[in-house]
Design a binder for this molecule. Sequence first.
Ligand SMILES: [Zn+2]
Length: 355
Amino acid sequence: MKLKTRYIILVVILVFALILTGCSTKQVQNPGEKEPNISIKEEPNPAPVIEPEPEETKIDPVLVKANEAGQIMILEWHTIGEQEGRWARTYTNFRKDLEVLYEKGYRLVSLRDVVTNNIQVEAGYTPVVLTFDDGTEGHFRYIEQDGKRIIDPNSAVGVLKAFAEEHPDFGLEATFYINYYTPFRQKDSWQDKLKEVVALGMDLGNHTVNHEKLSTLSQEKVAEELARMVKMVQEVVPGYELDTLALPHGINPKEVNWAVSGEYDGTKYHNKAILLVGSGPIKSPAAKGYDPTKLPRIQVFQEEFDKWLNYFDNNPEKRYISDGDPSTISIPESEKDKLDEGLIIKDNKELIIYN
Ligand SMILES: [Zn+2]
């Protein structure tokens, strides 16, 4: 928390300094103030600029054992509700999942931040991505309480929101992969839900309109399946880019490129990430072999979830551990061979290798 706070303070100082130096005309034109008769020249403001203290923001990757070549889990839930099963999780267990992740030092990041290699978690912590497939009601339900509409605290969004309020350092990030024409299944309110997911800072993802096996479709049909969903979301949340895809049934079209980008009936799509259904962690976006068009996920049912949590407990060197600074990639010397230096240059990162 401390480091993040310092970073925020630093940003605030910088922004403040920029305002002071760059916007002197605005200062004399506050609506409440009288307009001065004399014209005021824009001059550099004499106010002292507070110098940031760079050593305050430095993080020692050795101390936190940063390993940004390590693996990351993209977790996947299907239904959330009263039932527990292979494709179903109870909301009580879902809440426990969040508790376990929190206690084990995982922190939420958006999938978009992973695929753009802009991972921002506190130094020493591990990023984790949450995803929900099929846009079922248990993911996001509104209920009536005292004549008011509220988010059902026992739906995934309700659980996530409450957990984030109690654990602000955990974050509130998740991607809801929606399909069909009434995402989250409540006819009167699905548009409000799409808006609310985005307003809460979480994401929507494409799971295609009809949830078909894309391998059986022509290129044009694949494009239709993806573009229709993009259009639907654009109409409800203008400006929002639906730019990641969870393959229905985990099945690719005949050509992966058909899923990456295309156009149908004037609507274009481009997916920054394509998610499979199974079955393991992803490589770091700075590692050799990282491929955003084939990102595996880990399905959360008890056995599978425990298996991977134990795997990272028993093999801590496999786990991605952040150095707290998205502009640097810190790795121990022993992991050097895993890095793809081309990706580091492409993403404009500074590489730190330590012993
Ligand atoms: Zn699905």
